[in-house]
Design a protein around this ligand. Structure first.
Ligand SMILES: [Zn+2]
Ligand SMILES: [Zn+2]
Ligand SMILES: [Zn+2]
Ligand SMILES: [Zn+2]
Length: 582
């Protein structure tokens, strides 16, 4: 399973700050499509300043700061690559890769201050996490006080949750503050309180901007986006936020947002957006310490999807739904026979399957398939654990070693398409419009559909015009994938899908053009042929080369596709040829 990249932001503005001048959206940029509102209950939030059509850019946001995540191994303060300690910045003595990194805009301000105060920090080791690096992002935020006071004021309006800290956290943070103020000799620049405030703000408002993954040279990075942090969470958002190459965020509408309506984001990574209300609300509470009261959370059917519905044991057909969805331990009631079940009973069922799912390895998709059939008699077909298992299978079929697209037998290809289409349907209600979820699912679906279309065509199960029609349909989906995922930062899973989708789109377009041309040539020649064989000599040769029954002769295909597998040994049918676009 892909690593969870939680949007660790919060509408962090429950506590009103008191800077001299009220911050407005105009302080952000002239062309933003929102205005800032304030309410006693939720603090600041943003609303559409005019009707916003789906896909419009509402604002873009540069990170106020970027820095290493906590528990980072020593890394370059200029380019964030791991360092060995061989080279050090000649001005501040922090280890870096090379001279050019020392003048990186990320590093110059802190470098100047370190030098001014004369602190010489020695990194004790390079092969394991070093807590000194936990101080870098807080320091970068603190430096805004001098380099960008307006943004610093805005940052200080964000919520810090410092009033509910346990003793251990306070102690841990004090060590960090002491490192900055004493070891780095910055006590005259930043007060103890300022440092704690910034640490609190970062703990509830920072976003993961880069997932270092398993790459040894790479580290997780986090950033602070004060304008983005003004957005409240909603479990069915009307926007999506994507990261660009320079780590800037672009917030776009996914549905029509009428003027005056609140603009909201979903703090959960899209993989978690199908999860049911009890699960989501608990997670939101423990991760971001608030209780979601959004429209979806109010609605037991969750926009009519029934993702939390369990099949009633009493009448065997009705749907059990949380009676009071906003209550963390709500009992469940049947919508058909009015039976009621204690929440402990339902929770036990949910926990049992959650454990089964966790225990199943991605190398054993047949185990997931078994789970699916077990769950189908317990849960509603759209239940989030069913959707979760289907998503895992979508990730296995066509992607995992041994299950590459070209190896997949027809029935698994059909399963993959079926699962994608099921999830796409639910996505229309839970993450509508050109959401990341839709981009991901369409991308997964396209590969399997393409392969299936080829399977049928090669075996003469469908005519060439039908095949062409299917390719054109697939091309239109591929176009949508490229539009949704194409602009995302390349160094991310979704950005990579976008790049592949763009390349495939080119290949497929060329293939469609060539086939259309050949089909047109063929039909014109058969037309002539049928036309009382008027020009027999001219048409004969053309007809023979374009006989569409002779599908192997359309081998223009193979040179166009990015991978060609000439033997279909994984299928029981003896195929004439097999062409794969991966
Ligand atoms: Zn570097
Ligand atoms: Zn330096
Ligand atoms: Zn909600
Ligand atoms: Zn019932």
């Amino acid at each position: 399973m892909q690593k969870l990249l939680i949007f660790s932001t919060l509408n962090c503005d429950k506590k009103m700050g008191s800077i001299g001048k009220e911050v407005t959206s105009q302080d952000h940029a002239e062309d933003v499509l929102y205005t800032i509102k304030k309410s006693e209950y939720v603090g600041r939030y943003i609303v559409a300043s005019r009707d916003i059509k789906p896909g419009e850019t509402i604002f873009s946001d540069q990170p106020a700061c970027i820095g290493p995540d906590n528990s980072s191994k020593p890394l370059c303060l200029g380019c964030f690559r791991k360092v060995s300690g061989i080279y050090k910045c000649p001005r501040c003595n922090w280890p870096m890769c090379q001279p050019s990194c020392t003048t990186s805009p990320y590093h110059v301000d802190e470098c100047a201050l370190f030098r001014k105060r004369g602190a010489k920090i020695t990194i004790p080791w390079y092969d394991k996490p070093c807590t000194y690096y936990d101080a870098i992002l807080p320091l970068r935020v603190l430096l805004l006080k001098y380099s960008n006071p307006k943004v610093y004021d805005l940052v200080n309006l964000l919520m810090d949750h410092n009033d509910i800290l346990d003793e251990g956290t306070v102690k841990r943070r004090q060590t960090l503050v002491d490192f900055l103020r004493k070891s780095c000799k910055l006590s005259q620049d930043f007060t103890n309180e300022e440092c704690h405030k910034v640490l609190g703000i970062l703990s509830v408002n920072s976003f993961v901007v880069h997932d270092g993954g398993s790459d040894e040279a790479n580290s997780d990075l986090i950033g602070l986006y004060p304008w983005t942090s003004l957005m409240s969470h909603h479990c069915t958002a009307n926007t999506k936020i994507t990261t660009r190459e320079d780590f800037s965020y672009v917030c776009q509408s996914t549905v029509l947002i009428p003027a005056g309506e609140e603009i909201v984001t979903n703090y959960h990574h899209y993989h978690y957006q199908f999860y049911g209300t009890p699960y989501r609300r608990n997670d939101l509470k423990s991760t971001w310490t608030f209780e979601c009261m959004c429209k979806r959370c109010h609605d037991p059917t969750e926009n009519g999807t029934y993702v939390s519905a369990v099949i009633c044991d009493t009448c065997k057909g009705g749907r059990l739904l949380p009676i009071k969805p906003l209550n963390f331990s709500s009992d469940y009631g049947c919508d058909t026979c009015s039976a009621e079940y204690r929440h402990e009973i339902i929770n036990a069922k949910l926990a049992k399957f959650e454990q089964h799912i966790e225990d199943t390895k991605s190398s054993e998709p047949e185990e997931f398939e078994k789970l699916l059939s077990k769950m189908s008699i317990i849960f509603h077909e759209n239940h989030y654990w069913i959707l979760d298992v289907k998503r895992r299978l979508i990730d296995i079929y066509g992607n995992k070693e041994g299950y590459e697209l070209y190896r997949l037998p027809k029935d698994l290809l059909e399963k993959k398409v079926d699962y994608c289409q099921h999830l796409l349907k639910v996505a229309q209600s839970l993450c509508p419009g050109p959401s990341e979820m839709r981009g991901y699912l369409l991308w997964e679906c396209v590969g399997a559909r393409l392969r299936l279309a080829q399977w049928h065509w090669i075996r003469m199960k469908i005519t060439t015009p039908d095949y062409l029609e299917q390719l054109i349909e697939i091309k239109s989906d591929l176009k949508e994938v490229a539009a949704i995922l194409g602009p995302i930062r390349k160094d991310s899973d979704e950005g990579q899908m976008g790049i592949k989708a763009k390349a495939e789109l080119k290949t497929l377009s060329k293939l469609i053009d060539e086939m259309s041309e050949q089909t047109a040539r063929f039909s014109s020649s058969t037309l002539q042929h049928g036309n009382k064989m008027a020009s027999r000599s001219a048409s004969t040769s053309r007809t023979s080369s374009a006989t569409l029954g002779n599908r192997a002769s359309m081998s223009g295909l193979s040179s166009l596709t990015s991978a060609v597998i000439n033997q279909d040994r994984y299928n029981d049918l003896k195929s004439r040829r097999s062409v794969v676009i991966v």
